[in-house]
Design a protein around this ligand. Sequence first.
Ligand code: HEM
Length: 537
Amino acid sequence: KKQEPQKGNSKTDDLNQNTENGRGHAMTTNQGLKINDDTNSLKAGERGATLLEDFILREKITHFDHERIPERIVHARGSGAHGVFKVYDDSLKKYTKAAFLTDPSRETPLFTRFSTVAGFRGSADVPRDVRGFAVKFYTEEGNYDLVGNNMPVFFIQDAIKFPDLIHAVKPEPHNEIPQAASAHNTFWDFVSLSPETMHNIMWLMSDRAIPRSLRMMEGFGIHTFRLINEEGKSHFVKFHWKPLLGTHSVVWDEALKINGQDPDFHRRDLFEAIESGAFPEWELGVQIVPEEDEHNFDFDLLDPTKLIPEEIVPVQKVGKMTLNRNPQNFFAETEQIAFHPGHLVPGIDFTNDPLLQGRLFSYTDTQLSRLGGPNFHEIPINRPITPIHNNQRDGIARMEINTGKTSYHPNSISQGDPRQAKVSEGGFASYQERVDANKVRARSKSFMDFFSQPKLFYNSLSEPEQSHVVEAFCFELGKVDMPEIRQRVVNLLSKVDGALAKKVADGLGLAVKKPEEPINHQFGADANPQDYQPVKV
Ligand code: HEM
């Protein structure tokens, strides 16, 4: 369906203040000096040597020498686009005071970045991998980021394991092989010793890990978040994105060919669709759970390796995202955008999911080095459409010229001191969850059922989809050259589904054995794994 090109919105107009186009203008240095000769360096005679005083040469080469910034530590390969979000009606008002989720007259500008997780910035678009699905809403109350994936669960339950997971996923450290996300010893070693990964592993071995197009992927916020209404009441929420084009995948053989023939397959598809006016669209879905029902499930809502089955809590579709404008400059927009699950607006808040809690530290921390210091919120793609007023000052590459004679609060001297905002005028107040506990380095026993939901997922697949899973396990484990690792994975699979384990074992020439008991290598040195049998919350 061809649509009219987007005319612009508050965010794209904001970005336009920073655009530049030199066509027809005289070339200048960064100091504005017109350049007469951009092709010959300044030499002592036609045959040189080149003179150190050639500031034009030095400026050009120096800037070039510093063009690269560190790529993201994960999700380095990505493609993005601008768009808008509109909620259908005000029906979420009883759950949240977030205006972009309740005011149907608002059109909220946004930028979405899709990514693979493991590959480098220049890697191919269709490896077997999870896809990132990150949306930055530029709301009138500040930026809200929904930083999700195209699968509804995650590999681990606690952020303290994230560096281990990623070290295992990334190419092996001695030879930087292999670049494929899942096909190697270290990844499967980690999996085989971490049964909590099993649910996400089942999704990873399914067709969901090889999407046909970025336009044809679901998105999930994964964690349970909170919606907070005007009265301060909280409801739990899971966020979903449902593509209007449907969810589609390629088969593995196609993926292998595509990666060789056109490593930019997904990036090109997204760019060309938007360029031609076939704007991709997703509906935002929510699953809402009243606080009173927190303990009424046979899993823990705080456990990011679990989903809420849609048969139990249906997904209500509440609004639509349309991606309708390509970035004008990949580096300035797609590369420099900085998402963070902690970028919140009033009406949305966190839960104590231990994976989410660690993420709240990690994103700003990594961006401080990736984007070179504490002022990356001033980079055009990152700045909110609302004004920023606070007493933070200075730092490398500061753009803002803060006027006034003081930069502290409380303050009786300066008329320019920003005041604190009452909750009634949009000031953010964290949800007052009651917490009363001993400090412990532990995991809840309610997180210990690692196999019921992977089984549910496998049983939900059609026969061809199930056979793709078997083939994927055989292909990926076939690349593992340590037999004991393959064996441990097959043994773990028997806890998910006996027939699946048998088929994979047959494919690899193994027999299924009982998993080691205890199968956990994931508790502290003094923990007794027998204490970690699954219990209901
Ligand atoms: C980047 C999703 C868990 C650390 C990303 C991105 C996505 C994402 C979509 C790419 C954002 C972009 O396009 O720029 C998720 C999801 C998680 C998860 C859905 C689990 C539910 C974690 C955890 C940590 C972490 C547990 C660390 C403790 C990072 C870092 C980046 C990143 C450091 C790079 C950010 C940047 O350089 O801007 N994540 N992630 N993630 N994630 Fe996560």
